[in-house]
Design a binder for this molecule. Structure first.
Ligand SMILES: O=C(O)CCC(=O)C(=O)O
Ligand SMILES: [Fe+2]
Length: 275
């Protein structure tokens, strides 16, 4: 894993709101991420004890729905596969995310596999952080390509710099991929950037950066494993349930700090390096 960041990479991330790291994983690491993600997705979709199927943790309840064909979305795979927990809770990933964001510690909000199927629908333009149960301008996502991500199969696209002017208003990932630009018409003037990357590459993006992905015009899946990160110290926004269990959501009050390591694992903190 390429876990060193140059000053130029950090500056690029802060200015543009994203950073691609090509060939982030070594070939043997990519093979493991790919195998473990396939296994965990199968468990999540199959339900039963290990899969603990729930409509909030995968989006395949109605396989003919538009959204089900944007991608097969399987959340919280660290709960169904011990090896996935090892991969996602890697302190090196937490340090990378914290360093890009410029914060002291990083927690997992949720991981998710996003497999765009053959001939899959495009991923409409959206922001990530407004979906989550905390609002934080330093939140971010990691997107790891398990297959080559190309212009033809739905690589990521970004509106560079949009994280600077985003509020927490969002549009859903719906059939009209440009709905977000009704909320932020000023972003229509910024040229979108496509980020095709070979399998094993990683892209980080700010939780308020406008992003989307094209349709998959090919007959093979475009698989990605991703993770949303929450800066340590973030608080409940009182707005979104998102992945919170019912009892947790009902007990929380706006302003409560998310500091439960079982729900939101702390995977890196600056203080750990000074021990
Ligand atoms: O994989 C995709 O098509 C979209 C990914 C995305 O929106 C994300 O990782 O936040
Ligand atoms: Fe997203």
């Amino acid at each position: 894993m390429k876990n060193e960041l140059s000053a130029e990479q950090i500056a690029f991330y802060r200015e543009n709101g994203y950073l691609a790291i090509e060939n982030f994983l070594a070939p043997d690491e990519l093979a493991r991420w790919s195998r473990v993600t396939d296994e965990a997705v199968s468990l999540r979709l199959s339900g039963g004890k290990e899969g603990s199927i729930s409509h909030t943790l995968n989006n395949q309840a109605d396989p003919d729905a538009f959204y089900a064909n944007v991608f097969t979305q399987c959340l919280k795979l660290i709960e169904v596969h011990p090896e996935m927990r090892e991969l996602i809770c890697d302190a090196r990933l937490g340090k990378l995310a914290a360093t890009l964001a410029g914060v002291d510690g990083m927690r997992i909000w949720h991981d998710q596999a996003l497999y765009k199927p053959p001939f899959g629908n495009p991923t409409g333009w959206h922001l990530d952080n407004p979906y989550w149960s905390f609002f934080n301008r330093d939140s971010l996502s990691l997107w790891v390509a398990l297959d080559d991500a190309t212009l033809g199969n739905g690589c990521m696209w970004y509106i560079p710099g949009s994280h600077k002017t985003a509020t927490f208003q969002n549009s859903g990932i719906g059939q009209n991929i440009g709905d977000l630009f009704k909320i932020y018409p000023q972003w229509r003037e910024i040229d979108p950037v496509a980020v095709p990357v070979p399998a094993g590459s990683a892209v980080f993006h700010n939780g308020l950066l406008a992003h989307g992905a094209g349709a998959n015009m090919t007959n093979r899946p475009r698989r990605a494993m991703t993770c949303g990160y929450m800066p340590d110290g973030s608080v409940f926004n009182g707005v979104n349930k998102n992945i919170l269990p019912d009892d947790v959501f009902e007990a929380l009050k706006p302003g409560d700090v998310f500091n439960d390591d079982a729900l939101t694992p702390l995977i890196w903190h600056k203080s750990w390096e000074q021990k």
